[in-house]
Design a protein around this ligand. Structure first.
Ligand code: GLA
Length: 397
C-alpha cells in the first residue's frame, strides 16, 4: 500500500463515515515512442509506470441511485443521480463539462460504462474517493490512471465484466465526450494493459496489441523522467489544432487517416499542401515508421539500439509538429550532452515531461546536469525520477 492508497481510503471514510468495499488502482504511462499517431490510426509504444491512481469505492446500501465522487485534489465532492449522467454527457463540442472538470473523468467513466453494458446492472449507487501519485499535467496520463482505476472498480462492483480493451474505450469516451479533450486511445490502453518490463506495441486502428520486452535493467540502463513542471491541458488549444491539421492532411490525400500515407507519398503531399500542414503530416508519417523501426530494433538488437530513433522523434516534434517547449528541448539536449543514449519529450507536448535513456550509473550525473541547465536558463526546477514498466490495473484491497 502506498500513500495514495492511504489517502484514498481516508478520504472515502471522511466522505461516507464507513470503510470502502475495496481499493482499485491503475497506472500512469510513459510513451517510449509514437506521439500523436494514435488519433491518426497509427502505431504507439507506451508502457505503464509504477505511479498509480487509487480509487476507494463502495456500493451504497440506499436505493437512491446516486454517485458521489471526491478527490484529494479537489475541495468539494460532487454528487449526482446516476440517471442524470445521460443529461450531463456528452458535453457539447468545445464547451466545458457541466460538472467540475476533475469530476468529469470518473463520472464520465460511470456514464460510458452504463452505456456500454446496457443489459448489465443493476447499477447501484456508489461512492468513489480518488487519490494519486501520478504527477498531474506532466504528460504521464494522470487522467487515464483515474479512468482506469474508476473503470476497474465499477466493472467489478457493477458486474459488467468487460475486458481491458473495452475499459480503455470507456476511458477514452469519458475523456473525449465527458471532459471534452479530443485525445486518442494510447493512454487508456497503456494504463489498462501494462505489464512489468514490457512496452505495449499498439495498432490504434485495430486495437491489436503486442507486448515488447524492453530489458532496460538487464542492459544496465535506466529511463529517467524529466518533468518540466510546465503544465499542459489537452482539452484546449494546440492539441486540438494539431488534430485538425492531421485530419485536413488526410482529407487532402484522400485517405481515412494519416496511417494510410507512406513515406513515399510525402513528395506528393508536399506538392498538395501548405507548408504547415505538410510538416504536421510528415511528423505523423515518419513517427509511425519510427515506431515500427523501434519495435524491430528492440527485438533484434535490444534497447541500447533505439537511442537515435528517440532523438529523431524529438526533432520531428520540435521542428515539424511544433509541440515541444524550451524546457523540454533543454531537458533533451542536456541529457544527450552528458551521454544519454537517447531522449525525447513524451506525451502530448506543450509542457509535461521528457524521457532519457541513460546508463544506470549516470542517473545522478544526468540529473545534476539537467538541474544546472534549468537553473541557468531561469526555468523552474524540474522533477526527476526513474521509471520502469509496471503492471496495469488491479484490486489492492
Ligand atoms: C495525449 C493523448 C494521447 C496521445 C498523446 C500524444 O497523451 O491523451 O491520446 O495523443 O497525447 O501522443
Amino acid at each position: 500500500m502506498t500513500a495514495a492508497h492511504d489517502a484514498a481510503r481516508a478520504l472515502f471514510t471522511t466522505l461516507t463515515g464507513h470503510e470502502p468495499d475495496g481499493l482499485w488502482s491503475a497506472p500512469g504511462r510513459v510513451n517510449l515512442i509514437g506521439e500523436h499517431t494514435d488519433y491518426n490510426d497509427g502505431f504507439v509504444l507506451p508502457f505503464a509506470i509504477p505511479q498509480r491512481t487509487v480509487a476507494a469505492v463502495g456500493l451504497r446500501d440506499d436505493d437512491r441511485g446516486r454517485i458521489l465522487v471526491g478527490s484529494t485534489f479537489a475541495d468539494e465532492p460532487v454528487e449526482v443521480g446516476l440517471d442524470e449522467l445521460d443529461r450531463l454527457f456528452p458535453t457539447p463540442s468545445g464547451a466545458h463539462p457541466a460538472v467540475p472538470e476533475w469530476a468529469a473523468y470518473p463520472l464520465g467513466v460511470a456514464w460510458a460504462l452504463r452505456q456500454a453494458a446496457p443489459g448489465a446492472g443493476p447499477f447501484g449507487g456508489v461512492d468513489i474517493a480518488i487519490a494519486s501519485d501520478v504527477p498531474v499535467g506532466a504528460g504521464l496520463s494522470s487522467s487515464a490512471a483515474i479512468e482506469g482505476a474508476t473503470a476497474s472498480a465499477l466493472n467489478e462492483l457493477w458486474g459488467t465484466d468487460l475486458d481491458g480493451t473495452a475499459l480503455a474505450r470507456i476511458g477514452r469516451r469519458a475523456e473525449n465526450e465527458a471532459v471534452g479533450a479530443p485525445t486518442g486511445i494510447m493512454d487508456q490502453m497503456a494504463s489498462m494493459l501494462g505489464e512489468p518490463d514490457t512496452a505495449i506495441f499498439l495498432d490504434c486502428r485495430s486495437l491489436e496489441t503486442r507486448p515488447v520486452p524492453l530489458g532496460v535493467t538487464e542492459a544496465g540502463l535506466e529511463i529517467l523522467v524529466i518533468d518540466t513542471r510546465v503544465k499542459h491541458a489537452h482539452s484546449t488549444g494546440g492539441y486540438r489544432e494539431r488534430r485538425a491539421s492531421c485530419e485536413l492532411g488526410a482529407s487532402i490525400m484522400g485517405v481515412p487517416a494519416l496511417r494510410d500515407v507512406s513515406i513515399a507519398d510525402l513528395l506528393r503531399a508536399q506538392e498538395l499542401m501548405d507548408d504547415v500542414t505538410f510538416r504536421r503530416v510528415r511528423h505523423i508519417v515518419t513517427e509511425n515508421q519510427r515506431v515500427l523501426d523501434t519495435v524491430q530494433l528492440l527485438q533484434e538488437h535490444g534497447v541500447r539500439a533505439i537511442g537515435d530513433l528517440l532523438v529523431a522523434s524529438h526533432a520531428s516534434m520540435r521542428d515539424d509538429f511544433e509541440i515541444s517547449t524550451p524546457e523540454l528541448d533543454t531537458a533533451v539536449e542536456t541529457a544527450l550532452a552528458v551521454g544519454a543514449l537517447g531522449a525525447r519529450m513524451t506525451g502530448g507536448g506543450f509542457g509535461g515531461a521528457a524521457i532519457a535513456l541513460i546508463e544506470a550509473d549516470a542517473v545522478e550525473a544526468v540529473s545534476d546536469a539537467v538541474n544546472a541547465a534549468f537553473a541557468t536558463a531561469g526555468f523552474a526546477a524540474p522533477l526527476l525520477f526513474t521509471v520502469s514498466p509496471a503492471a496495469g490495473p488491479h484490486r489492492d484491497a
